[in-house]
Design a binder for this molecule. Structure first.
Ligand code: ATP
Ligand code: MG
Length: 413
């Protein structure tokens, strides 16, 4: 690399090899599971007007105040690379008149952008899988999403993470809780971390989420949401937990789990590696793999009608770190061209194998003497040696039944 070769941007990744296989496995498994649950696939723009995020997430959140990639385009409009999916999906729901599909089950995945300090499991361009149910006031929607998340993690082979569940109550309960938190933390304001002193009047719930040593001593005795829940909010939460129990999803109550964004109501949750587990070792301090909740107030903040909705997102890179080593599909057949006159037949053979669903490849170039070694190096199950007359011979281990069936099927046509 010469000195004037541009470097990659800090916090971005070029994903290849085993990491890329693990990444693809996460996405493929998500695609399979979302179909089982009848979520419809959708794609969304990578950038939106800045106000889409500023108004949905709230100006006081870390994402809006510190982490957004915002820029003016050539027309002078302020745009932002999406830092999360939900706000853009809500915008799409409103601008496309998707109310007609409610309750609308949507799944997507792709890149997100946040200006954060890069470290293990934390990047400036990262990727998420995302699932949302929009226009669904019923707690059954929360249950559906959580059962799907649980099944997805199991199908990824991740069995040492647990659902941490909380309720933030309805608007009324949340307001009362917020006031009590401000009163409680105001009394110890001088002893709090600088960040938390900042959050105190603007976003006191976030103090509960603090990882700062200075704040920790005050967290345990802070007022709990349960003291402020309205009867309705309590019933909603009970319906969610009973649904989870009925579906066999393990969960623990996490009273101080608040989630970073302003728009959450009722259910809030995160799947977190169990203490001392292999997944906890792999992820270090970046421990949430999947998080989400209910955001009934979001559509109104974008000027739309009140619309109940719930969703979650999971970091693909963090999941990929937990799925263990993934390998490419094994190579079933290698077509080896032993003489250049056999090339035409070999290419035909290769096309037939691939059309028949056989994972196959070809070695047809370079020194004839070295081709055999090149073929063997790829560790194929079988080698199909094609000579100058186009005659071929299959060698290797195990049954050649699938290969022969593919060839015969074509011959029959
Ligand atoms: P954290 O507390 O780790 O900053 P968050 O609350 O900001 O997470 P969400 O906005 O809920 O994260 O995003 C959901 C998931 O996306 C996270 O649980 C994580 O798996 C992943 N994620 C979030 N930010 C990043 C990042 N910068 N790099 C990689 N993955 C990320
Ligand atoms: Mg964050």
């Amino acid at each position: 690399m010469s000195k004037n070769t541009p470097k990659a941007i800090r916090g971005t990744q070029d994903i290849f090899g085993a990491d890329a296989e693990a990444f693809a496995f996460v996405v493929e498994t998500f695609e399979r599971v979302r179909k089982l649950y009848r979520f419809r696939r959708a794609e969304f723009p990578v950038f939106e007007k800045t106000e889409v995020f500023a108004r949905s997430l709230g100006e006081t959140t870390d994402v809006v105040s510190k982490e957004m990639y915002s820029f003016e385009d050539r027309g002078g409009e302020s745009l932002t690379l999406r830092p999360e999916f939900t706000a853009g999906i809500a915008r799409a729901y409103l601008t496309n008149g998707w109310q007609q599909y409610a309750p609308m089950k949507i799944a997507t995945h792709g890149p997100l952008f946040r200006y954060e300090r890069p470290q293990k499991g934390r990047y400036r361009q990262f990727h998420q899988i995302d699932a949302e149910i929009i226009g669904a006031p019923d707690p059954q929607a929360d249950v559906e999403l959580l059962v799907m998340a649980d099944q997805l993690l199991k199908e990824l082979g991740i069995n040492d993470v647990t659902l941490h569940l909380n309720t933030l109550g309805d608007a009324e309960s949340r307001q009362a809780w917020r006031a009590a938190l401000i009163e409680y933390f105001r009394a110890v304001k001088e002893e709090l971390s600088e960040d938390s002193r900042d959050r105190l009047e603007k976003n006191p719930l976030r103090i509960l989420d603090s990882k700062d040593r200075k704040d920790k001593p005050f967290l345990a005795d802070a007022p709990k949401i349960d003291e402020f829940l309205s009867g309705e909010a309590r019933d909603f939460f009970t319906a969610v937990t009973s649904g989870l129990d009925a579906a066999g999803v393990k969960w623990v109550r996490a009273e101080s789990l608040v989630r970073g964004l302003d728009y959450y109501r009722h259910t809030a949750f995160e799947f977190i590696p169990d203490e001392g587990s292999a997944s906890a070792d792999a992820l270090g301090s970046q421990s949430t793999v999947l998080g989400g909740g209910r955001y009934d107030g979001l559509m109104e903040s974008l000027g739309g009608p009140a619309t109940a909705a719930v969703g979650w997102a999971a970091g693909i890179e963090r999941l990929a770190m937990l799925v263990g080593e993934r390998h490419a599909e094994p190579l079933e057949a290698m077509v080896l061209v032993e003489h250049d006159d056999g090339l035409g037949i070999a290419i035909e053979l290769l096309a037939i194998l691939r059309a028949g669903g056989i994972v196959s490849d070809i070695v047809a170039w370079g020194s004839v003497k070295k081709r055999y070694d090149k073929a063997v190096k790829q560790a194929p199950r079988h080698i199909l040696r094609v000579n100058e007359t186009g005659y071929y011979e299959i060698t290797g281990n195990g049954s050649t039944e699938r290969i022969e069936a593919a060839i015969n099927q074509r011959a029959d046509q």
